[in-house]
Design a protein around this ligand. Structure first.
Ligand code: S3P
Length: 167
């Protein structure tokens, strides 16, 4: 039965912030996959990427997505790369209503440009990197979701959470 809600979308699209609000609105528990990975490893996400590599991070991500998607009545904020693994999508789809936070590239860039916590964007030309990843992933986000909500610079996170609640 689909009684979880999983938020997917690019880095900076607001999965954690909106997820927390939504969980409050719906009186559901909130969990954040990246946070769980970090707690389990006792390391930050950049430390995990740095010391053990992306493959290792993806393996942990897959395990935790699997474990958490077996829960009931939770809002799950995923990491932006969750959709690159078919198994994650399969596991989430079985128990969750999947919502894509469809955020514009400009808005993503504004939100992440000063962030040091996203190893994949830790490159000289961050805007180019965002564009490259966005193009690779956009279709995956779209086809993996049951519902999508558009987000731009003028969007308000409470209104967005309300739209998801209605859906
Ligand atoms: C990633 C997104 C990050 C985090 C990791 C990889 C990605 O999560 O899981 O740095 O591949 O897009 P956020 O989307 O919460 O930033």
């Amino acid at each position: 039965m689909k009684d979880n809600i999983a938020l997917i979308g690019f880095m900076g699209s607001g999965k954690t912030t909106i997820g927390r609000i939504l969980a409050k609105y719906l009186d559901m528990k909130f969990i954040d996959i990246d946070k769980m990975i970090s707690v389990r490893e006792k390391k930050t996400i950049p430390e995990i990427f740095d010391e053990k590599g992306e493959q290792y991070f993806r393996k942990l991500e897959r395990e935790i997505v699997f474990e958490e998607s077996l829960n009931n009545n939770i809002v799950i904020a995923t990491g932006g790369g969750v959709i690159i693994d078919n198994e994650n999508i399969k596991n989430l789809k079985e128990t969750s209503f999947i919502v894509y936070l469809d955020c514009t590239i400009e808005c993503i860039y504004e939100r992440v440009k000063n962030s040091k916590s996203r190893p994949l964007l830790n490159v000289e030309d961050m805007f180019e990197k965002i564009k490259e990843l966005y193009q690779k992933r956009e279709l995956l986000y779209k086809i993996s979701s049951d519902f999508s909500v558009k987000i731009d610079m003028d969007s308000n996170m409470y209104d967005t959470a309300e739209k998801i609640k209605k859906a």
